[in-house]
Unconditional design. Structure first.
Length: 398
């Protein structure tokens, strides 16, 4: 397939001017040739929104720096949007101050197959944290990247920093491979709404908001990845969710823009909106990982619309072979009439000092198998005496 060097098509290296039109011309030429590789050489390039088409590989060479324009007029949605229904729900439009152009982005692809964004070491995409007084929360600007209804999406090797909103929107995509990507600052690292067959490996996500977010996800594997956040490490929902050999750590290196805080809210927060969720949950397992320095281990309050847990309920969350510590608060785990289980197996847990490890309700069951507690703690069930726990627990159901 064709290989097109952007500087052969009028793009200037280190030009001060915004070069969106010239970049788009190269991508259009690649489309017209039936696909190929669009190469960005070393240099500084300022652009607004660009769109990739099927069978396109965008390759950033070492030393390439793509910077988002600071002019909001340089961004657009191409008349498209991802399949995320709350964009049209009055409740969320008002609660979050969502503009109709909410999903404009620096880089986008829609209804495509075989899209790749790849980089050699040292290549950077910088969203420049563009401010928008009319945007979400009256300050968030464009997304870093938006991929909607893409089959065969590969993201590899680049650093994306200072995204003015989510770094990656991956909505109703399938067969997604993400490897060696670094996210620095900004807001959410990856949002995976309605997507399926996703593998995320060997990434570093240091975000100001959720590291991984999204609902209605099917068949997600995350492995060998650093999750550092000033919000939630995982705010996800769906089925066949597996996370292994990851480091969950707070406080966030980058601040939470809304709260101007750095502490990690929760290692795990269920995400399922009644306004936009169809997939019933099945397995959700976190294994062989280290999880430390957060307010809470888990946040689950079924039916709570404000924290977006009023859709499909969580069934079982399993923590297997994990090391968990330096928690600050008691975690709430409430099924509110819908049965839910939290299973800890072969885990080593340091509970919050002087506080219960968990507070649960009658719909919740906690199963402990081969669990070691480094300090005494309790689990509180509403309306019943607290259950005291200490030392090594071979097997206990609460």
């Amino acid at each position: 397939m064709a290989e097109l060097l952007v500087t052969d098509y009028g793009v200037k290296t280190d030009a001060a001017a915004v070069q969106t039109r010239a970049f788009q011309a190269v991508l259009d030429a690649c489309r017209d040739l039936g696909g190929g590789t669009v190469v960005v050489p070393a240099g500084r390039f300022v652009i607004g929104s660009i769109r990739l088409y099927s069978n396109t590989r965008l390759l950033l060479k070492t030393g390439a720096l793509i910077k988002g324009s600071t002019n909001l007029a340089d961004y657009q949605t191409f008349g498209e949007e991802p399949d995320i229904a709350y964009l049209h729900a009055d409740y969320y439009i008002q609660a979050w101050h969502l503009p109709p152009y909410y999903f404009h982005a620096l880089i986008a692809a829609y209804d495509a197959t075989a899209i790749t964004i790849e980089a050699e070491p040292g290549a950077i995409i910088d969203g420049q944290d563009v401010f928008d007084s009319a945007g979400e929360e009256s300050f968030r600007g464009p997304m870093g990247m938006v991929f909607a209804r893409v089959s065969g999406l590969t993201l590899k090797g680049y650093t994306i920093q200072n995204a003015a909103n989510w770094a990656h929107v991956i909505a109703r995509c399938k067969d997604v491979q993400i490897n060696g990507v670094t996210v620095l600052g900004g807001h959410d690292g990856f949002d995976l709404h309605h997507s399926q067959a996703i593998e995320i490996g060997q990434c570093v996500i240091k975000s100001g908001d959720d590291c991984l977010a999204g609902y209605d996800i099917t068949d997600l594997t995350v492995h060998d990845t650093v999750l550092n956040t000033a919000c939630n490490s995982l705010r996800i929902g769906g089925r066949q969710l597996k996370v292994t050999r990851c480091l969950f750590t707070g406080p966030g290196e980058y601040s939470h823009r809304s709260e101007n805080t750095h502490d990690t809210h929760a290692m795990v927060k269920w995400y399922a909106m009644a306004a936009d969720v169809a997939v019933e949950s099945t397995t959700f397992e976190i294994s062989d990982s280290v999880m430390f320095r957060a307010r809470n281990l888990v946040t689950y309050t079924y039916g709570d619309k404000v924290i977006m847990q009023d859709g499909q309920p969580l069934r079982v969350l399993s923590l297997v072979g994990d090391v968990i510590g330096q928690l600050e608060q008691t975690s709430k785990f409430f099924g509110h009439g819908r049965p839910v289980q939290l299973k800890l197996s072969q885990c080593r847990v340091t509970p919050p000092s002087g506080q219960p490890l968990l507070q649960i309700d009658d719909a919740a069951v906690v199963v402990l198998d081969d669990v070691t507690l480094t300090a005494p703690t309790t689990i509180h069930r509403r309306g019943q005496p607290a259950v005291a726990l200490s030392g090594h627990i071979e097997h206990q159901v609460i």
